[in-house]
Ligand binder design. Structure first.
Ligand SMILES: Nc1nc2c(c(=O)[nH]1)N[C@H]1C(S)=C(S)[C@@H](COP(=O)(O)O)O[C@H]1N2
Ligand SMILES: [Mo]
Length: 398
């Protein structure tokens, strides 16, 4: 039997045993045997009665500030503090939502906003903000992640909010498309007086009409029930559910119908590697969808004590991907086996992140590299396979 098959069998057995023992969702008792009483969400609370201590720090993630803006223009950033997430606190407030690029200083916030609709259309049009607003409606909770999210920024270029907006395809009904129009170029204002250390000017991405339809891409006008904050694209930004943030153009001012010969934009080329393209294609049609694959990572490691006993609880999130999964597994160092993480409450949507936790009893003090996987070879998960979201902690007491 192949080692993959053995491992799968082991996991299935372990999962079945856990389910039998604990009848329902649980990641086991504090010492791996008792389930504990259910918490407010109906999930067994294995650490009921234990005392929560400090969280462990993640190692080697630099010291950039969390939830405090730094940098200017294209280089402005604000990192969301993911360690604050909880099952009943899964939305990111607008002032804590990650920022990548500030409100351009060359934009006049008082100038009337309009979006030009042109290119391969019978008669070009302009849509004013006033005309667009009545088409906007609540469109649910969606997560955004910068494709450049990484350990150097505590993985904080990742946030979730509820959004209000108008589907792009509905807005496009204002113009009659020519038969040759197959793709849509969406651009936003992108001019700052201060040059960037790293970014190329120009913010636009090209989508097929089908991609915009499948993803339900929309022009957002509100997040979390308030008008868009300036840094998040006020008055109008694009949101492409399930695609990386670099496709979610802010300060949208142009929508242009193009055909299959259209060249890739500077933005597409700049983000080709980070959106996992093969090289840097010249033509827009050679770009793969900038989809966020199934991902998972810890967001904090809590220490708990009861008398002289110590336990740890790893809390984390599961996001990206195209369909809910119940095959999340965790390991605490490359030499160890993966063990199942039972997600409770279950994952019901891929639009936003899902919270999970796992009680952990390390065998000894030391440094542990915490890695999540999804034990399902039919699920695309490039970054998980590459170990992109591994986070390390140092355990002093066991
Ligand atoms: N006009 C414009 N739109 C933009 C960008 C930009 O620099 N200019 N950055 C993109 C990138 S890389 C990301 S990750 C998201 C960030 O959106 P947020 O700052 O609202 O989180 O906006 C995208 N849209
Ligand atoms: Mo980004």
């Amino acid at each position: 039997m192949s080692s993959a098959a053995t491992r799968r069998q082991f996991l299935e057995q372990a999962l079945a045993t856990a389910t039998l023992l604990l009848s329902g969702c649980s990641d086991g008792g504090a010492d791996g045997s008792e389930a504990g009483p259910p918490d407010a969400l109906g999930c067994p609370d294995a650490l009921a009665g234990w005392q929560r201590r400090e969280n462990l720090l993640f190692l080697d993630e630099g010291n950039l500030p969390l939830e405090q803006p730094y940098g200017q223009g294209w280089d402005k950033r604000l990192l969301t503090d993911l360690s604050k997430l909880d099952p009943d606190h899964l939305l990111t407030d607008n002032d804590r939502f990650y920022v990548r690029t500030s409100y351009p200083d060359r934009l006049d916030p008082n100038a009337p906003w309009k979006i030009s609709l042109g290119g391969l259309v019978r008669l070009p049009q302009e849509v004013t903000l006033e005309e667009l607003l009545p088409q906007a409606r609540p469109l649910g909770t969606h997560l955004m992640e910068c494709s450049g999210n990484g350990a150097g920024g505590h993985f904080g270029l990742l946030s979730a909010a509820t959004w209000t907006g108008a589907p792009v395809l509905e807005v496009l009904r204002r113009v009659e498309r020519l038969a040759s129009a197959t793709r849509v170029l969406i651009s936003g204002f992108d001019d700052h007086s201060q040059a960037s250390m790293t970014s190329v000017p120009g913010a636009s991405w090209i989508f097929t009409l089908d991609q915009l339809a499948e993803r339900g891409a929309f022009l957002a006008t509100e997040m979390n029930g308030a008008r868009l904050p300036p840094d998040h694209g006020y008055p109008v930004r694009l949101l492409v559910p399930g695609w990386y943030g670099c496709t979610c153009i802010k300060w949208v001012n142009e929508i242009k119908l193009v055909d299959d010969s259209e060249l890739a934009t500077a933005q597409m080329k700049e983000f080709a590697a980070r959106t996992h393209q093969d090289g840097v294609p010249e033509l827009a049609r050679d770009y793969k969808p900038a989809l966020i694959d199934q991902d998972a990572m810890p967001v904090r490691v809590e220490q708990w004590t009861l008398g002289d006993r110590t336990r740890y609880r790893v809390a984390g999130i599961l996001w990206g991907g195209e369909r809910p999964t119940d095959k999340l597994v965790i390991r605490f160092n490359p030499q160890e086996d993966y063990v199942p993480v039972v997600v409770c409450p279950k994952q019901t949507t891929n639009q936003s992140w899902t919270f999970w936790s796992h009680v952990w009893t390390p065998a000894s003090a030391g440094i542990y590299r915490i890695q999540l996987q999804v034990d399902d070879s039919t699920v695309p998960k490039k970054r998980l396979d590459a170990g992109y979201y591994i986070r390390s902690v140092q355990v002093a007491a066991v």
